[in-house]
Design a protein around this ligand. Structure first.
Ligand SMILES: *Cc1c(COP(=O)(O)O)cnc(C)c1O
Length: 486
């Protein structure tokens, strides 16, 4: 158990006069500084900042950091999020001075190394996608979605097809899909799924018309299934004059096996922080580059990197572009890690990543399905969705209770209650970076806790500092400042 001392806020630990650093005496007359500023800009009293020794500060933050679970400390089968191991080599390479110390406002001729590397990353992503042009700007998958939809809107507008106002989305989709469509100014329309999790073709066809702009599909889907009718689906949408958007969050399953451009997608996003091992979670930066077919390339955000007379150049003069969606070059740190990951694996290595991600998921599926039904099939891609529904009606114990109990055993919980079409969903994605022993142990613990009493499970977790926080309160009622307790 952690010492209560470390649970308190820095402000509460403050002792007047305590210091983490001793600064040399000021060697310019104070007056010469204060006289440069207008009187009303000067503070009348010292700011009420916490006063602490360095050891207090280090212990405070180090102890806080140990309350989290992370891929470096725990198995983390959070479905759809691809919490694979983040190789330390990528961290070292991305923090080399030559990358970390440059400034985006440096003259272009001093940024040639960085620009060539980003251009190469763009080429690799285009090749893996089977598409033609890439923008590295979007900072997350969700921003990639809205950026690509803005590109589609600009494309249709330029074609004079302003009637195309609808975006069709399967009911198994991630919540960001309808949100992005709405924010990009489209009307989001839901398409039903079949019992086996595939797209209901008749429902899709009945909703396709000359108002359809885009069909957004996640393939493999959030159920961990490859959509077998993908060719037919893309043909139908294209015949109706619409575009296909691929939500590429699950590319971890198909790298080097198939390419979205080959099965009919016109545009897609990557989640570099998922598929290409960027560290993520906890609100850290991500990167959601998009790849598009050639006819959409002129509308991509500006600037793009082009090579002219042997030199890399940021091309701004692109009259059809939707403009900037992110400052500078995007999330450089994440882009660099993805570059290192792609180059160190090479084409065969990336294919092996996906082979092993699928193998691991199927191994875990075989074990978990012995104790809990997996409604959409006995084979999966990189993840699968078990349903605690029957178990809940028998015992009164929910997917949430089981998820919370796993924390007590040192496992991060799977994704729960998503996708929405599976009741009491528990979505598990082991990723390729876990060993057989870890998967065996997880399945064993999962099976064991299902035998525990409902009381034990309703009270879980018992070992964590914070037990069951209200999951939306912090977002709905944010407190962004320390408030002194009177
Ligand atoms: C993670 C995810 C997204 C959103 O990506 P972010 O990078 O979190 O914005 C979209 N769709 C699916 C299927 C995802 O798993």
């Amino acid at each position: 158990m952690q010492n209560e001392f470390h649970s308190r806020l820095l402000f509460e630990l403050s002792k007047p006069g305590r210091r983490a650093a001793i600064l040399p005496a000021c060697d310019v007359p104070e007056k010469s500084v204060t006289s440069l500023l207008p009187a009303e800009a000067l503070a009348e009293e010292p700011l009420p900042l916490p006063e602490l020794a360095e050891s207090d500060v280090v212990r405070h933050f180090t102890n806080l950091s140990h309350r989290n679970m992370s891929v470096d400390t725990h198995f983390y089968p959070l479905g759809s999020c691809t919490m694979k191991y983040n190789p330390k080599r990528n961290e070292r390479l991305a923090s080399l001075d030559g990358f970390a110390q440059i400034h985006p406002y440096q003259p272009e001729n001093t940024l040639q190394g960085m620009l060539s590397l980003l251009a190469e990353l763009g080429d690799a992503l285009a090749e893996i996608a089977g598409l033609h042009a890439v923008s590295l700007q979007p900072a997350a998958g969700a921003q990639g979605e809205i950026t690509a939809l803005m590109v589609a809107a600009a494309y249709f507008k330029h074609q004079g097809q302003t009637n195309r106002t609808k975006v069709l989305i399967p009911d198994s989709a991630h919540g960001t899909n309808p949100a992005s469509a709405t924010m990009a100014g489209f009307k989001a329309i839901t398409v039903k799924s079949n019992k086996d999790g595939s797209v209901q073709l008749e429902d899709l066809e009945s909703k396709l018309d000359d108002q359809t702009a885009v069909f957004m599909i996640t393939n493999p889907s959030t159920l961990g299934l490859f959509e077998k009718q993908i060719g037919k689906i893309c043909d139908r949408v294209h015949e109706a004059g619409g575009l296909i958007y691929l939500d590429g969050a699950n590319m971890n399953a198909i790298l080097g096996v198939t390419r979205p451009g080959d099965f009919g997608a016109d545009m897609m996003h990557y989640n570099l922080h998922k598929t290409f091992s960027g560290p993520h979670g906890g609100g850290g930066p991500g990167a959601g580059p998009i790849a598009v077919r050639d006819m959409l390339a002129p509308y991509l955000p500006s600037p793009i990197i082009v090579k002219k007379e042997g030199k890399f150049h940021l091309e701004e003069d692109r009259p059809l572009s939707i403009g900037r969606v992110r400052n500078f070059f995007g999330s450089i740190g994440v882009l660099l890690r993805a570059y290192c990951y792609i180059r160190t694996h090479g084409p065969e290595g990336l294919r092996r990543v996906s082979d092993h991600a699928v193998l691991n998921a199927n191994y875990l599926l075989a074990k978990i399905s012995e104790v809990m039904p997996v409604p959409q099939g006995n084979r999966c891609m990189h993840e699968f969705v078990a349903s605690a529904s029957r178990y809940k009606s028998k015992t009164g114990v929910s997917a949430m209770d089981l998820a919370k109990r796993l924390l007590d055993y040192g496992f991060h919980a799977p994704t729960v209650y998503f996708p929405l079409i599976v009741p009491e969903a528990m979505m598990m994605e082991p990723t390729e970076t876990e060993s057989k022993e870890t998967l065996d142990r997880f399945a064993e613990v999962f099976t064991e806790i299902m035998q525990e009493t409902p009381e034990e499970l309703h009270d879980a977790p018992l070992s964590t500092k914070i037990r069951r926080p209200n999951e939306v309160k912090a977002a709905r009622e944010p407190i962004l400042q320390w408030q002194r307790k009177e």
